[in-house]
Design a protein around this ligand. Structure first.
Ligand code: 0A1
Ligand code: ZN
Length: 865
């Protein structure tokens, strides 16, 4: 028999179908913070109103807080309230009341980084999804919208800056070296958008004039030493504000927009109303410490959080099952923004690569879920690539199907109809239907069904010429809880190219495959056709075609759609690699020819070429196989890489020399050159060239920017050379004072494809600069290692053990961060039997550990399924 101490309760499952409107609303809330890192007092005054006719008590969520006092309508209650687990329950007779509670918090010991916590001398908050209940008792659900007044009081020397949402309406000095600030947010918001920050911060200040002529004060708040590194984020913010006006007609609404950068943060950034809080890695940049990729990510995340002001804040989510309503749409908006800032084709390639790296495996594994899930145990586990990235693909498909104008009419209607409301995905689709007149009944399946559809396409041209028949079929694979699926409406951009001329045979067509099978006829063809399909990655699917290597090579050279050219090359490489894994020999000829052709095509820009000549990742190759042998994949890929290096050695050298920049510039063309040059250096390193290491070391030494520095360091780390240790040691010494750069030092080693990476990573985990308390640092070593396919899957099982040990250690401090490490172990079913057993054993060891968080419990139990 279990006694109370050892009894294990299974965490509750929350279901979408159980949604009920809130029993009580909270139209107004006044919060009073007496801030102190060790003991912060929070008083909350809530005006509550009964919602509808019922006799349910007022239930206020709490998490690791205890009431010091509770009063109703000015009278302290001593026994008319009770705790139901973590929640505070009060029986109330009438319909309108004023509830006051007081709690005490200890931000400096809050290692979960949810609620009010300390980071590098600052006090800050994170409330999405359910952190507000760690600050005060409240109905912590996104459909309870309130007007906030926030008073903050703190020691003036330690916390000279006091920020919250909305407008600063009052402030001043108090006795005893203390001061206060009063903030009022005129907009209704759910509590997950509440934020405050207190600390010794300096602002990069600027302003923006909106389309209606209003002046907005902008501030990016950082440690004063970091001010010079905020220019890029500020530029991105202003560009985002203008873009959202131009593209969606959305104007900013408050008089102030503040951003604060903090070092300890569980995610990328947070869209709190008028006070975005960012992980410092998505704000701070200068050429010496940030790569081109970092610059792009900063602009993308700044835009994303800014765009949430409409898609997320003005219109929020009814419940957390609707998360993709704000996230999928906002990712789509930030992708569009970034595409408009530089090369749209390269941006699309990057987005598709990210989707395939993170979302396709998720959709094919034990944690697969639709973009609108049906149930969860811990909502934080659902901030996934599916909700975000697949969610964005679904909005992209809507736009493609409806057309530019109808899509914009749909978003206008959605914003207008639901402004100030907590809406659902269904509301979004209905607005799209109402504005366009389209019937989206079948399209809704994209919200309900998980799994990446597999589409087969085959083009048969009549031998006599003139006509061709395209046969299409689809299947959607079973996913947990969904054994059978209905066909999805799959929009495919299709063109036929003339096999001789390389010219399109007629205009591109949009074919929506809405059935399990379908046929499309093409006539009037003047030449034998080659099929170009799913152009621009018009649907997030796995495509199977019977196109030959010659067809793919042809498309990689002639397709006028740059994304389709990239795809054709990827498919050609993938087919070659998969055949290599199957047979043990790599028939590299057509890939070599196609790569040579791309490298020598004067019409292509460097950024595109840099992407197009990269081999598919080991993980992507693995995705295509029923049983994964990571060593076989790595060897075949390495072999093709070496062949490309040797066969095209002169070209790589020439490209490397040609793309040498004189002085750092942040322009699309300079970025493209840097990218291609590092790719070329990688190929030179595997080409057998004797001087590769000195070339890399020279690049490392002469670099005037982090892209070139880390590009060279990566190549040295991935190959055997004495210069490797020298460069790593030098890098560490040079940047040891800069945590964001030291993260790169850890990551470069965790991703190494050469040497004893498992041993190195185990040793780095004991390095004085390693800590599991900082999510960036944890990710830089352990998160990176877990996606290094070959090293993580070391046949000894040491990689699995290392990650499982980390999960158990991190879970005690920060369950969210621990749970994020599970998916790589969770993919055990895809591996050969020995690794399967080792991975399962580690998952079981985690599951058996006492006191597991529900975050980790959910991911592990579902993974073992
Ligand atoms: N809404 C944010 C994501 C986010 C979610 C949870 C967080 O803390 C646990 C933080 C940020 C976004 O999409 O940017
Ligand atoms: Zn978001």
């Amino acid at each position: 028999m279990l006694d109370a101490a050892t009894a294990v309760t299974t965490p509750a499952i929350i279901r979408r179908e159980d949604y009920r409107a809130p029993d009580w609303l909270v139209p107004e809330i006044a919060l009073d913070f007496r801030l102190d890192p060790a003991a912060t007092r929070v008083t909350a005054r809530l005006t509550v109103r009964r919602n509808g006719v019922h006799t349910h008590p007022l239930r206020l969520d709490g998490d690791e807080i205890a009431p010091l006092s509770v009063s109703v309508d000015g009278e302290e209650l001593h026994d008319a309230w009770r705790m139901d687990g973590p929640a505070l329950v009060i029986d109330l007779a009438g319909d309108d009341h004023l509830i006051e509670t007081e709690v005490q918090l200890s931000p400096e010991t809050n290692s979960k980084l949810m609620g009010l916590y300390a980071s590098g001398g600052l006090l800050c908050t994170q409330c999405e999804a359910e952190g507000f209940r760690r600050i005060t008792f409240f109905p912590d659900r996104p459909d309870v919208l309130s007007r906030y007044t926030v008073r903050m009081e703190a020691d003036q020397a330690a916390f000279p800056v006091l920020l919250s949402n909305g407008d600063h309406v009052d402030g001043g000095e108090l006795a005893g070296g203390r001061h206060y600030a009063l903030w009022r947010d005129p907009f209704l918001k759910p509590c997950y958008l509440f934020a405050l920050v207190a600390g010794d911060l300096a602002a990069n200040r600027d302003s923006f004039t909106t389309m209606s002529g209003r002046n907005i004060d902008l501030g990016i708040w950082v440690r004063s030493a970091d001010l010079p590194r905020t220019e890029h984020a500020m530029d991105a913010l202003k560009a985002s504000m203008a873009w959202d006006e131009r593209t969606y007609g959305r104007e900013y609404d408050l008089a102030v927009f503040n951003i604060v950068a903090v070092d300890d943060f569980n995610f990328g950034a947070m869209e709190n109303k008028g006070l975005n809080i960012f992980n410092s890695r998505y704000i701070l940049a200068d050429p010496e410490t940030a790569t081109d990729g970092d610059y792009d990510a900063i602009a993308g995340v700044v835009a994303h959080e800014y765009f949430h002001n409409w898609s997320g804040n003005r219109v929020t989510c009814r419940d957390w099952f609707q998360l993709s309503l704000k996230e999928g749409f906002t990712v789509f908006r930030d992708q569009q923004f970034s595409a408009d800032q530089g090369s749209a084709a390269v941006k699309r390639i990057e987005d598709v690569r990210a989707l395939r790296a993170a979302q396709f495996p998720e959709d094919a594994g034990p944690l697969a879920h639709p973009i609108r899930p049906e149930s969860y145990i811990e909502i934080t586990n659902f901030y996934t690539a599916t909700i975000y990235n697949k969610g964005a693909e679904i909005i992209r498909m809507l736009k493609l199907i409806l057309g530019e104008e109808a899509f914009r009419a749909g978003t206008d209607l959605y914003f207008e109809r639901h402004d100030g409301q907590a809406a659902t995905c269904e509301d979004f689709v209905t607005a799209m239907e109402d504005a366009s007149g389209a019937d989206l009944t079948h399209f809704r399946r994209w919200y309900a069904q998980a799994g990446t559809p597999r589409v087969k396409a085959s083009l048969i041209a009549e031998p006599t010429g003139g006509r061709a028949r395209l046969t299409l079929s689809q299947t959607v694979p079973p996913t947990p809880g969904q054994d059978t699926k209905q066909p999805m409406p799959i929009p495919l951009r299709v063109a036929l190219l003339g096999a001789q001329s390389g010219k399109p045979l007629g205009p591109e067509r949009l074919i929506v495959l809405d059935e399990a099978e379908s046929e499309v006829l093409f006539d009037g063809l003047s030449e034998a056709p080659v099929l170009s399909i799913n152009r621009g990655f018009s649907a997030p699917i796995c495509l199977e075609t019977d196109r030959s290597a010659a067809d793919l090579a042809f498309l990689s050279a002639h397709d006028p759609d740059p994304f389709a050219r990239y795809e054709a090359m990827q498919q050609l490489m993938l087919d070659t690699l998969l055949a290599g894994v199957r047979t043990g020999t790599v028939e590299s000829e057509s890939v070599v020819k196609a790569v040579r052709n791309t490298l020598t095509d004067p019409g292509l820009d460097a950024a595109f070429v840099g992407e197009a000549v990269l081999l598919p990742s080991e993980a992507f190759i693995a995705e295509q196989l029923d049983e994964i042998d990571p060593d076989a994949i790595a060897e075949v890929r390495e072999s093709l890489r070496r062949t490309l290096g040797t066969e095209l050695a002169d070209l790589w050298q020439e490209i490397y020399a040609r793309n040498r920049a004189n002085r750092y510039e942040y322009t699309p063309s300079a970025k493209g050159s840097r990218r291609l040059r590092s790719v070329a250096l990688g190929y030179i390193a595997v080409s057998g060239d004797e001087d590769w290491a000195s070339l890399a070391l020279t690049q490392y030494r002469d670099a005037d920017n982090m892209t070139d520095t880390i590009g060279a360091l990566g190549v040295l780390t991935n190959n055997a050379a004495p210069e490797r240790e020298q460069a790593l040691a030098d890098f560490y010494e040079r940047y040891r004072a800069d945590p964001l750069v030291i993260d790169k030092w850890f990551t470069t080693q965790a991703l190494a494809s050469h040497g004893d990476t498992v041993g190195t990573v185990e040793a780095l985990a004991t390095h004085p600069d390693f800590t599991i308390a900082n999510p960036n640092r944890l990710r830089s070593l352990v998160g990176a290692f877990a996606v290094n396919q070959r090293a993580f899957h070391d046949p000894s099982g040491r990689g699995y053990r290392f990650v499982a040990d980390m999960v158990l250690a991190v879970d005690k401090l920060n369950p969210q961060a621990a749970a994020r490490l599970i998916p790589s172990l969770g993919r055990w079913r895809k591996f050969e039997p020995k690794r399967q057993a080792l991975m399962q054993a580690e998952l079981r060891r985690i599951l058996d550990a006492p006191g597991l968080s529900k975050d980790v419990f959910e991911q592990v139990s579902k993974s073992l399924g």
